[in-house]
Design a protein around this ligand. Structure first.
Ligand SMILES: [Zn+2]
Length: 58
């Protein structure tokens, strides 16, 4: 399963959660600090594929 990154605005802390794609589509993970989902937002994870290729040189 992929690892997703989240950020809790309440705690001002980022955290990662291993969750199913369907779970991630449905909503956010619970913050490990305050155990709330209300202030958690999704972050673009490093897992995301980079599609734009920079051609260096020439
Ligand atoms: Zn929190």
């Amino acid at each position: 399963m992929p690892v997703y990154e989240f950020f809790c605005r309440k705690c001002q802390k980022p955290f990662t959660e291993v969750m199913h794609v369907a779970e991630h589509e449905a909503g956010v993970a619970e913050c490990p600090e305050c155990h709330s989902k209300a202030d958690v937002e999704k972050r673009l994870s490093t897992f995301t594929a980079v599609t734009s290729r920079k051609s260096a040189g020439l």
